[in-house]
Design a protein around this ligand. Structure first.
Ligand SMILES: [Zn+2]
Length: 692
């Protein structure tokens, strides 16, 4: 165990690090790339840290376009501590394999049937999942147990991936679960060998210490157990749940696995506040509640209740200004990191579902609506893509629990930011990478792969053989998600990054939407989202946003309810079963049909609606993405009123656009037509269901 100059041990630091300190780290990387005296990573990391500590009031310049940031001493020490912890992880010998469960390719490929179909060439989440499996398995480091690179940088030329600027392997278990979910959606047989090795190694690496990487590993195992009920896997699940109990601390009605004072210092992301406390307990609560719910394991509920009580403490729920007559800790208002608080809200909601606790569910609804006020919810733009993924979970779960009807929110998030920020076009990426300005150049002809940094960064650093790679980075990241969710028209170069946390949260969001598109119980099918979806009960073909039309090929449904989107005038809806006008009735926004037979073809139509709407973002393009509700004392809003044109919930066009040759968003001319092209696809249908 090594000790650094601050007298902290690497191990202690590691234990204190939440895995989603990662978004913080990504922004610091952008700072570091341009900070003229900070150049050491990898082997020079410690020197850099020492340098920084000697100069805590460092003024940071990011090219010419970024305003100066002053980082206070606390913040730098925290960052330095994280980096040292990462250095400790990087230098550690490989752990002894400890898993008794052996992962096989057969276990990873879900059972199911494949068939060919011609469908409208519109947003297809199963196809997005197939591509996601590629991204999830190729952002991995084949020189280090197929653990993730933490970041892909597209503001260097050529682009590079690095694991240095993140909390080691903290997101690994999140990626392994995302890969399982994406394979359930798509049935793809690609890259099983990489997934198998990565998952096996992750299980061997994961420590039973009760904090976030372990509970996500537990979540992975629970998902995998649905398709591979191996007793060894079951034992592993039980062991992880036991360790959560063993490491929990208790005081009165509260339980927790991690507690630290909130960091209320300003940073370029805003005020982080109590983020790590609520994040870590929130993740544990979500997984534990899912475990208790699925197993009827009442003995897990006391700890879940203790975590819930910990999370509901008044001190965590103090917003940056609230109306005097509002009681913020009863309305889930807060000051802090968006994605950390969504983790808390997701945990609380899953607890409310497992225990039928309506008061907690209402608390979460209030928190969801509070956070929905930041950014531009109409397209799912909340600062960082992790939050978009989490908000999708909340919108769907709140709707399915009957706490509110947020299906249109989920539809907006999926059709816009989630669809738009997934990397699907390597050529478009390459064009944006090649556009100036860039923050670093990499010269692969030099024997040590020296990265020649631009003039504002005066020194260079070697690419580390294991920690960094410039090997086919664009090709390998196709299917993963870009992280910036702060400007609706482009990704500014200093934010042109993919951090693995976002892919780890957005792929599950695609799954939640795909999964909840159709529900089926005792002969009754319910369609909640008008997205393409193959299922054992029916196949849904969506013509949106070109035409207001869906076609349902029935397999098993006797009765059917179809939610009609909020933008449709209900008196304009028509339905046919085969060639005859159907006898249907409306209940709220759901269209109901009865007397259906297998093989029936149901066509529902309504007029497409175009709207032009103004939504204003106050986040500046020159800033880093804003992922805190409290942007700090020095921050001033930079309002830009954007004009959006929608077809239904799909954004078609937005202005004013960014200047310059950046990565442009929402160039959707192809969607702006009534014409629908059909495409041949291979459909996959699995009987496996996940109680997420
Ligand atoms: Zn993220």
């Amino acid at each position: 165990m090594m000790s650094n100059s601050l007298g902290w041990t690497h191990l202690e630091l590691q234990a204190e690090l939440p895995d989603d300190a990662l978004p913080l780290m990504s922004s610091e990387m952008a700072v570091m790339q341009s900070k003229d005296k900070i150049h050491a990573i990898g082997s020079r990391l410690k020197n850099w840290a020492t340098l920084t500590l000697q100069n805590p009031q460092a003024e940071v310049k990011m090219g010419q376009s970024i305003k100066e940031w002053t980082m206070n001493q606390t913040r730098w020490i925290a960052i330095t501590a994280m980096l040292l912890a990462v250095a400790g992880v990087s230098g550690a010998p490989a752990p002894e394999p400890a898993a008794v469960y052996t992962v096989t390719d057969e276990a990873l490929l879900p059972p199911g049937e494949y068939y060919e179909r011609k469908v409208p060439a519109t947003l297809d989440l199963a196809e997005r999942a197939r591509v996601a499996v590629h991204g999830l398995t190729h952002m991995l480091n084949d020189k280090d147990l197929y653990s993730p690179f933490e970041h892909a940088f597209f503001n260097t030329d050529p682009p590079c991936m690095s694991r240095v600027f993140g909390p080691g392997r903290g997101c690994w278990s999140k990626l392994t679960e995302a890969t399982l979910l994406a394979r359930l959606m798509s049935g793809t047989e690609e890259h099983l060998d990489i997934q198998r090795q990565s998952l096996q190694n992750m299980l061997a690496w994961t420590q039973f210490d009760g904090i976030t990487p372990m509970v996500r590993a537990l979540s992975t195992c629970m998902t995998l157990h649905e398709q591979d009920p191996d007793p060894a896997l079951r034992q592993l699940i039980e062991k992880m749940v036991s360790s959560l109990h063993e490491t929990a601390r208790h005081d009165g009605s509260m339980s927790w696995n991690y507690a630290q004072d909130g960091a209320f210092a300003d940073s370029k992301l805003g005020v982080i506040g109590w983020g790590w406390n609520v994040f870590i307990q929130g993740n544990a609560l979500r997984v534990l509640s899912r475990y208790a719910d699925g197993r009827g394991a009442d003995d897990a509920l006391p700890l879940a209740r203790g975590l819930k009580n910990f999370l509901l403490q008044e001190k965590f729920w103090k917003p940056d200004g609230a109306p005097k007559a509002v009681v913020p800790h009863e309305r889930a208002q807060f000051a802090g990191h968006h994605h950390s608080y969504t983790a808390a809200l997701m945990g609380l909601l899953r607890y409310a579902e497992a225990t039928n606790d309506r008061q907690v569910a209402e608390f979460v609804r209030a928190g969801y609506e509070f956070l929905r006020g930041f950014g531009i919810a109409r397209i799912g733009m909340f600062g960082e893509m992790c939050t978009t993924g989490d908000m999708t979970f909340l919108a769907i779960k709140l709707s399915e629990m009957g706490v509110g009807d947020y299906w249109d929110d989920a539809d907006c998030y999926v059709r816009n930011q989630l669809a738009e920020l997934q990397i699907t076009d390597a050529e478009k990426m390459l064009r944006a990478v090649k556009a100036e300005p860039i923050f670093a150049r990499v010269d692969p002809t030099r024997p040590d792969g020296i990265q020649q940094l631009k003039s504002d960064v005066q020194e260079e650093r070697p690419l580390h053989e294991v920690d960094d790679t410039i090997d086919r980075v664009i090709e390998r990241t196709v299917g993963s998600f870009l992280s910036d969710s702060g400007t609706p028209t482009c990704i500014p170069k200093h934010r042109f990054l993919a951090t693995v946390c976002c892919t780890g949260n957005c792929v599950p969001a695609l799954f939640f939407a795909w999964d909840s598109t159709v529900r089926f119980q005792r002969g009754h099918a319910q369609i909640n989202l008008l997205l393409n979806r193959a299922s054992p009960w029916l196949d849904l073909d969506s013509y949106l946003p070109h035409q207001g039309k869906v076609v349902i090929e029935n397999k098993q449904a006797e009765t059917l309810a179809v939610r009609i989107p909020g933008w449709v005038a209900l008196d304009r809806v028509t339905a046919r079963v085969n060639e005859s006008a159907a006898d249907f009735f409306m209940n709220g926004r759901y269209l109901h049909l009865a007397g259906l037979e297998p093989g029936d073809r149901i066509t529902i139509e309504f007029p497409m609606v175009e709207t032009t709407e103004t939504h204003t973002s106050v986040w500046g393009q020159q800033e880093f993405w804003m992922e805190s509700t409290n942007p700090g004392h020095a921050w001033k809003p930079s309002p830009t009123a954007y004009s959006f044109r929608f077809r239904g919930n799909t954004l078609i066009e937005v202005s004013p656009r960014c200047e310059g040759n950046l990565y442009k968003l929402y160039e959707r001319r192809a969607l702006d037509t009534d014409e629908v092209t059909m495409t041949a696809v291979r459909r996959f249908v699995t009987p496996i269901s996940i109680d997420w």
